[in-house]
Design a protein around this ligand. Structure first.
Ligand code: CA
Length: 235
């Protein structure tokens, strides 16, 4: 049974969420404050965290940052719950490694579908088709099973979403991927996620890829393309 930690200080909403999660077959834990939420995340190793942006003690962005900085909790997908008009915070939330966000008021059904999609993507390697071993492309090395990436023998830290984005681009190398195709295939559910989100993530992924950043090219007005070979000249 997948375990979901809800960090939300509005008691009514927290109860609605935990109730519906349990009805849907999840184990639900809850915290009203960021500090308590972080403690539970470390102690209970949930499969997913639902994180409100406005908490009484710590901002949700701070909680997200702490989760992503700690090796013990880094791999846990985080879904941000935000109120309308928090556009900047949304982007910041993604840059901090949140895997998805949902705008309040939201339908519980939609939230459950998103949770389901994220947990499916984060499924353990044993649930996936066998990996084709490690990928080597120029100075880039990807271990699909272990979800680890190296650039020139130096390991880089990617969020679950960035890793999926990189692998998706790599698997379709030499072919242009439109932003909407990437939204479909990497994010899974289009809902209120915009194509700008794709740009934000590709930018962040490129920054992290350091010496391998040029393997991911922008095709102006269309989308992105992973090079066909490491030595290929840039377009
Ligand atoms: Ca709140």
């Amino acid at each position: 049974m997948a375990k979901v930690l809800v960090i939300e200080d509005e008691r009514d909403l927290q109860q609605v969420l935990t109730y519906n999660l349990r009805q849907a077959g999840y184990e639900a834990l809850s915290a009203e404050r960021g500090v308590e939420g972080l403690r539970l995340a470390r102690a209970e190793a949930p499969d997913l965290v639902l994180l409100d942006l406005m908490l009484p003690d710590l901002a949700g962005t701070e909680v997200c940052r702490s989760l992503k900085e700690d090796a013990a909790t880094r791999g846990i997908p985080v879904v941000m719950l935000t109120a309308r008009g928090e556009e900047i915070d949304r982007v910041v939330g993604f840059e901090l490694g949140a895997d998805d966000y949902i705008v309040k008021p939201f339908s519980v059904r939609e939230l459950l579908l998103r949770i389901q999609a994220i947990l499916r993507r984060a499924a353990t390697p044993s649930d996936r088709p066998p990996a084709e071993g490690a990928i080597e492309f120029g100075c880039l090395r990807i271990d699909r099973e272990a979800h680890r990436v190296w650039v020139e023998e130096h390991e880089i830290e990617l969020t679950a979403l960035e890793f999926r984005l990189l692998v998706t681009l790599y698997e379709r190398r030499n072919r242009v991927q439109t932003r909407s195709a990437l939204l479909d295939d990497v994010w899974g559910i289009q809902a209120d996620i915009t194509t700008r989100t794709v740009d934000t993530h590709v930018k962040r992924l490129r920054e992290k890829l350091e010496g391998a950043r040029d393997y991911v090219e922008t095709v102006r007005g269309v989308g992105y393309r992973f090079k066909g070979s490491p030595d290929e000249a840039s377009v």
